[in-house]
Design a protein around this ligand. Structure first.
Ligand code: ZN
Length: 283
């Protein structure tokens, strides 16, 4: 499942070929992904110029000069493949169509962007740009963790009195946007807070430390994605997800990386998701 850094990496990869370019043709090869596509999607996109490609939580939004925005969600397995555009020093030919190429955008700059999604948990919708924030998928999402609305005072207030574990609270998209399992585990390790602790029982001082750590963890992941992205694209034009080096995530029974600790990383299941943590460092 892509989290915020992966979606941001995809957005940054797409922006140079999509922003400012016009969609000369939009192939919509099936009636639906996770949900039906919007009515007349192909017609509504054809001829539209993409003014801005932005991200809200795990959604990519392409603001069009038609007054509509195309919302894209990658789901579990969605990928955006670029071909035909100048990528670095050389140009790709367009690849042969593949089985799960569900939507294809042909841009007026020669680029082709293909949305490929074998499992079809992805989604696309068209919304009025002026009221996009009120869309049912976006209206309940909390502040962007890298934005100004997310700060120490906000998080202290949001977690006050919460009986749910801190792990679940940080995964709650109404509290903060775009955080998923991997980066919450890594954040709590760096903050030395156990994922099992009730959110409302953590001191204000410790809650405040979470804010810069969340920003740091996400920024590092975006930077890592960005640098891997370059090589990946030069190989085959594919924009995908990237392996990062994690301190706790996926490291059950391996040694804690904190100097002098020596404990083994534990895994527990909380609300159906695995939490990885060091029982010695995280209290
Ligand atoms: Zn440890």
């Amino acid at each position: 499942m892509p989290e915020l850094p992966e979606v941001e990496t995809v957005r940054r990869g797409l922006a140079p070929v999509m922003e400012g370019a016009r969609i000369v043709q939009a192939d919509v090869n099936r009636p639906n992904l996770r949900w039906p596509f919007p009515e007349n999607m192909s017609r509504r996109l054809t001829g539209a110029r993409i003014e801005q490609l932005r991200r809200r939580s795990k959604y990519i939004l392409a603001d069009l000069d038609t007054g509509e925005s195309l919302l894209i969600h990658l789901g579990m397995s969605g990928r955006m493949l670029i071909s035909g555009a100048k990528l670095g020093t050389f140009t790709h030919n367009h690849p042969a169509p593949e089985k799960h190429d569900h939507v294809v955008f042909h841009m007026d700059n020669g680029a082709r962007i293909t949305f490929n999604d074998p499992r079809r948990f992805g989604a696309m919708d068209l919304l009025d740009t002026s009221t996009a924030d009120a869309h049912k998928l976006l209206s309940t999402i909390g502040p962007e963790p890298l934005g100004n609305g997310f700060n120490e005072a906000y998080l202290i207030d949001a977690l006050q009195g919460k009986a749910s574990p801190i792990k679940s609270a940080l995964l709650d998209q109404r509290i903060v946007a775009g955080l998923g399992n991997i980066y919450v585990c890594e954040t709590l390790y760096r903050a030395r807070i156990t994922p099992l602790r009730k959110a409302g029982q953590i001191s204000k001082q410790r809650v405040a430390t979470l804010v810069p750590i969340i920003r740091q963890v996400l920024s590092e992941a975006i930077d890592a994605g960005g640098s891997s992205l370059k090589d990946f694209r030069q190989a085959d034009g594919d924009l995908g997800y990237f392996q990062h080096s994690f301190d706790v995530y996926g490291r059950e029974s391996e040694r804690c990386r904190t100097a002098g600790c020596g404990s083994l990383i534990k895994r527990v299941v909380q609300s159906g998701r695995s939490s990885f943590y060091c029982p010695n460092c995280q209290r």
